[in-house]
Design a protein around this ligand. Sequence first.
Ligand code: BGC
Length: 762
Amino acid sequence: MTTPPTEDAVLAELSLAEKAALTSGTRFWYTQSVERLQLPSIMLTDGPHGLRKQRAGGDHLGIGDSVPATCFPPAVALGSSWDAGLVERVGAALGTEAANAEVGVLLGPGLNIKRTPLCGRNFEYLSEDPLVSGLLAAALVAGIQSRGVGACPKHFAANNQEHDRMRVSADVDPRPLREIYLRGFEHVVTEAHPWVIMCSYNRINGVHTAEDPWLLTTVLRDQWGFAGLVVSDWGAVNDRVASLFAGLDLDMPGSAFAAAQIIDAVAAGSLDEDVLDRSVRRVLHLVRRTGAHQVSTSFDSDEHHALAREAAGRGIVLLKNDDGVLPLPTQTRIAVIGEFAQSPRYQGAGSSMIVPTRLNCALDEIRSQATGDVVFARGFTTEADSPSGEAERLLDEAVDTAAYAEVAVVFLGLPARCESEGFDRDDLDLPASQLRLLDAVVAVNPRTVVVLSNGGVVALPFASKVPAILEGWLLGQAGGAATADVLFGAVNPSAKLTETIPARVQDTPAHLTYPGEFGHVRYGEGLFVGYRWYDARCLEVAFPFGHGLSYTSFDYTDAVATVNSDGGLDVSVTVTNTGGVAGREIVQVYTSLPGSGVTRPPRELKAFTSVHLDSGASTRVTMPVRRKALSYWDIRADSWVVEGGTYTVDVAASSRDVRSTVTVAVDGDDLDIPLSPMSSLAEVFAHPVAGPIVASAFADQMASLAGGGRAHAGGRGHVADARLVSDRQGRHAGVRRRRGDRPGHDQRTARSRQRSAGLNGS
Ligand code: BGC
C-alpha cells in the first residue's frame, strides 16, 4: 500500500460534496475513495474473535459468506484466561490476518458489561467487571494495532441487552455509569489508544449514543483524550447532522441520504463547515495511518490454529472436580455422550460469526488422545423438534453407553438457536431433554463429567449430582482439541469465571428491571452489578466470580499492601504450587473501605495476575493497584475522588475464596464541596475551610457558656450560618482536587444534552 497524502493537503482539495461523502461509508464495509486525489478507501469489518471479510455484498448479521479465518475463542472464553499477555498474542494474530486481507480496521473488542446473564450477546463480552473488561480489551487492542490495523472497541456505551437494542434507553445514574459501564472504555482509551471506537445503538438517559455530544465529545475526547475516529454501529445514526455535531465522524454503512443531509445543513447555515472538516480530517487520518502502518504479512494457519487451541485451553473453567475424577487416565473406558461432542458449538451467531479455517470436534480429539476404548452416543439433538420416539431412542442408547464405560463425559449446552446477537434469552435453562438425559446417565454411571457449551451462563441444577464440571463456553475452532487436552491433563485448567454463575435467574441484579418497558430500562441496581450484588445481598451463587479449579493447588502466604509512589497500592503475596503438577494460578486483589462515606459494594476487584508454577515452586508476585482504581465517581465534584481511610485488601483465589486480608491506610484526595444553607452540621465541620472556623467559634461559645449560660448541644438541624461562614471567607468554597479528572457534566438532564446536540458541536 502507498502512503496517502497528508490530511490537510487532501482536505484543501475536497469539495463540500466529497467531504460529506467521506463521512459516510460505502459498499457496506468501506470508506469512500477519492480517486483524483489518490485517496484510497479502507475496509472496516468484524471482529471480534476472527476476521469476517465478506466476499461480496454485505450484511451485519453474519449471514453472507466470508473468507476463511482463524476462529479464536470468543471473548467469554478468552476473557476467562485473565491473561493480558495471551490476549495480546491473540490480538496480534487477529491483526495479522486482517492486514493480510487488507482490512484497515477490525471491529472489536466488545467490552460491554454483562449486566444480565440473559443478554444474547454476552459471549462477545469479557466480564461483569469493568477492570477485567478494560484490561483485557486494552490487551486485545494493543495486539491488533501492533500489526498496523486499527482496533475498534464497541459498543460505546451501556449496550447491555439485545432486547430493543436499537432504541432502548439505559437509564443509569452517574456513579454506575462512570464506575461500571464507562470505566472499561476509559481504560482502553487512555491506555491502549484505539484508532477507532464504535458507538452503540441504544440511548443513555434518553439520548441516542450516536447523537450524544456529552458521551462522544465531552467524556471521550475532552476528558479521556481520545484522538481517533468515532464510527457508528451499523445503522445507528438517526440524525446525521446531530451525530456530526456530537462527534460521530463516520456513519456506517452510510448512505447518500446522510451525505445530502450534511450538504443541506451547511447550505442552510445550520451546520458550520468546520464541524464537518473536523470529522473529515479524522477519516483522512485513519486512512492515512492504516496505509502508513499496515504490515501486509502472510501467516501460517497451522500456527494460528495452535494459538487458538492454546487460548481455548486457557479459557476452559474447571468448576468442580470431586475426588480428582479429572484428569482422566488415557486408558480409561470412556462414554462420550451428547451431540455437541461431534457437532461443536464454538462461536455465537450474528455479526461476529466467521468461517473457520478448520474445525476440531471433541469426539475425534478424545479418540485420538485416548488409549482406551471410547464409545459415543448422541444423547439428544439440537433441533427444536425431533421425530417422535427419537428422543427416547437417543436417551436409551446413551444410558447403555454410559453403563458400559468407566467414566461418562456428557456434552451439554445451549443450541445455537437459543442465543445470538439480536435477542436475549428468556431464562438460564438448558433444554429439558438434556437435563433428563443427564439424570438418566448419572443414575447408571455416577462417575460423570459434564462439559458445557454455552455463550451465556446457564443454571446448573445438577451441580451437586455430578463429580466434575468443565465450563467450556464457546471455544473457537480448536475447542475440541483443547477440551481433550484438559480432560486428559495435557493442559492443566487455569481459567476462572469473569462472571458469576447465579443459583437462580430471580437472584440476578437486573431481574426486576430488565428488560424495561416503554423504551426505558432502569439500571436500578446501581453499582451492584455481578458479584458486587451477590456479595452485598449475601446471596448463594452456583459458582462465584473469579472461581476456577486446577489439577494442582496453590497456597498464598505473606500478603502485604503498601502505598506506592503514585499514591496507589502495591499488593504482594507469595504463591506456592502445593500440588503434584505444574499449573497456573490467577491471583485476585479486592478492596473495600469499611465506614466509607459513600455507597460501596462489599468488595471490588482492583488488580489480578496470572502465574505459572512448577509443582513445589513458589514465587512472589506484586500487583499494583492504581490510585485511580481506588477512586469512586463523586457526583458533587463531578470527578473521580479517592476517599481517605484504612482500606481492607483481600488477596483471593476467587471473590468468595479470600486467602489473606491486610489493611492499608490511604490518604484521600482534597475535596471541598460548596456549602449551602441546607448543609448539615457534619458537612460544615468536614469542610476544610469552614470546618476549623466553625469548630473554633463553637469552642469559644462553649467556653463562654461554661461561664454562666446554657449550651444547646446536639441536634441535627441545618446550619444557616454556613452561609455566613462562606461570606466571611469572601469566596464560595470551591472544589479542589489533587488528583482526578476535570469535571464533566454527568448530571445534566437528557433534555439539556439533546439541546446542546442541536446547538453546538462540543
Ligand atoms: C453489530 C456490530 C458489528 C456491526 C457490523 C452491528 O449489528 O452490533 O457489533 O460490528 O453490526 O457487522
